[in-house]
Design a protein around this ligand. Structure first.
Ligand code: NDP
Ligand code: PMR
Length: 392
């Protein structure tokens, strides 16, 4: 909070913890002192602090200050940098497009298929200066670590991270596994993102951007307090015995609750983990870092690649079913605008929130199910996940 407030101060130089200087000039006076006097005294009293802070800082990013004064003296916020996982299709791509169109964001498309991502960016009219593609396969922790390294080498600051990528394997009879041997749905959707978000938290903390956010995409189907969440198989993490055993399907179950493999349930369980993780981040880090942690259900985007593994009849009937029966359907474009709001809308800065949208497409804070808001379970999922990804 302190960092955010400092960066938003309108008429002084602001100094972040890391000693970065945010110059936001305005021709006015502060409590009767002239601006130039104020600046002079700010500079002299802070230069020592900056020198110390810069010496102490291991990584000095080359990011320009948050507020730049243009030639005409007009204040502009620098472009934010947002990392979006799985930006090569569906919701991630639509969000990247919506943000690129504002001209206020540089989008790091964190994708496993470079060519697909490049084609996707072109297909929605994104221009070169608005995006960079960086390789990330969430099914490999080495790849996650490599991504973090590549990102750091880019010299960009990290302002917003969107954990969006996911796989859904409803027709699989047998489990498949990530490089480290975790069941694929939970491995990619939860554990890969867990390591990514934990590793990049420090980077975000160092950014001088005024509104830093970490967003983990959730879903209605992981919430058993809804009709959609009561369609079998229902999400349930049980006592986490499968997760604790490493989900490897050999000496332990491939499902979090220790039960038999069910691809649809594994996806829903992974979404519960996503929503629990967001809240645990909030409890552990919001107050100290000022970072906004959020999750969301963007609506039923029944046309995306998420259903690629489903039977053809499902893929044919699902969009009209959602459009005309449940009326929960939302287009990729609309869903992208919703997630883009969670990334950058000044009114959505509240942390620890699971956002949803009503029929008029207005956002509201939604209630999570009992399990998806269970504080003790969130802590346990966090601690077990830390061990599985090598952070503890
Ligand atoms: P898509 O299948 O269109 O997008 C998923 C993205 O994840 C793709 O870009 C895909 O990459 C990427 N991905 C999959 N596996 C990996 C991996 N191992 N490493 C890196 N990236 C990977 O689905 P959606 O857009 O629908 O899903 C996006 C998010 O929205 C998910 O979190 C999903 O749970 C959530 N959601 C979706 C709803 C819907 O109705 N569709 C409803 C509620 C939530 P590639 O292109 O290479 O396959
Ligand atoms: Mg569901 C208001 C009712 C509603 C909504 C918003 C969704 C969203 N679904 C609803 C109801 C129903 N669905 C009902 C009544 C049925 C029984 C006919 C039903 C069935 C159904 C299936 C078989 N729905 C599904 C599936 C899937 O395979 C999808 C899934 O669970 O993916 C994990 C799905 C979904 N329904 C949704 C949403 C958003 C999904 C998919 C994506 C997700 O949660 O990420």
């Amino acid at each position: 909070m302190a960092l955010q407030a400092a960066a938003l101060l309108p008429s002084t130089f602001s100094f972040s913890k890391e000693g970065k200087v945010g110059a936001s000039l305005k021709d006015s006076s502060l409590f009767g002192k002239s601006l130039s006097d104020q600046i002079k005294s700010d500079i002299s009293s802070s230069s020592l602090k900056i020198k110390r802070a810069v010496r102490a800082e291991a990584v000095i990013t080359a990011t320009p200050a948050v507020n730049r004064a243009t030639a005409e003296g007009k204040k502009t916020l620098r472009k934010g940098t947002v990392v979006i996982t799985g930006a090569s299709s569906g919701l991630g791509l639509a969000t990247a497009k919506a943000l690129a169109e504002t001209g206020k964001w540089h989008i790091i498309m964190a994708c496993r298929d470079f060519l697909k991502a490049e084609r996707a960016a072109k297909s929605v009219g994104m221009t070169k200066e608005n995006y960079t593609i960086m390789h990330l396969d969430l099914g490999s922790l080495d790849s996650v670590r490599q991504f973090v390294d590549t990102f750091r080498r880019s010299g960009r600051s990290l302002d917003v991270l969107v954990c969006n990528a996911a796989v859904y394997l409803p027709t699989a009879k047998e489990p498949t596994f990530t490089a480290e041997g975790f069941e694929l749905s939970v491995g990619v959707n939860h554990l890969g993102h867990f390591l990514l978000a934990r590793s990049l938290l420090d980077d975000m903390n160092q950014s001088d951007y005024p509104s830093k956010r970490l967003i983990i995409v959730g879903s209605i189907t992981g919430n058993t307090n809804t009709l959609a969440g009561n369609v079998p198989p229902k999400a349930s993490l049980g006592d986490l015995r499968g997760l604790a055993g490493g989900l490897n399907g050999l000496n332990t179950a491939s499902m979090i609750d220790g039960g038999d493999f069910d691809g649809a349930k594994a996806y829903k369980d992974s979404k519960v983990c996503n929503m629990l993780t967001m809240q645990e981040f909030h409890r552990r880090y919001h107050e100290d870092t000022g970072i906004t942690f959020a999750s969301l259900y963007p609506g039923c985007i029944a046309t995306t690649g998420l259903f690629r593994e489903h039977i053809p009849l499902f893929r044919f009937l699902f969009p009209p079913f959602q459009k005309y029966v449940t009326k929960g359907f939302v287009s990729e474009e609309e869903a992208g605008k919703r997630l883009a709001q969670v990334v950058s809308d000044p009114s959505l800065t509240k942390s620890g929130v699971y956002w949803s949208w009503n029929k008029d497409s207005a956002s509201f804070e939604n209630q999570l199910s009992q399990e998806a808001s269970d504080v003790e379970k969130a802590r346990k999922v966090w601690e077990i996940s830390e061990k599985l990804v090598g952070l503890a």
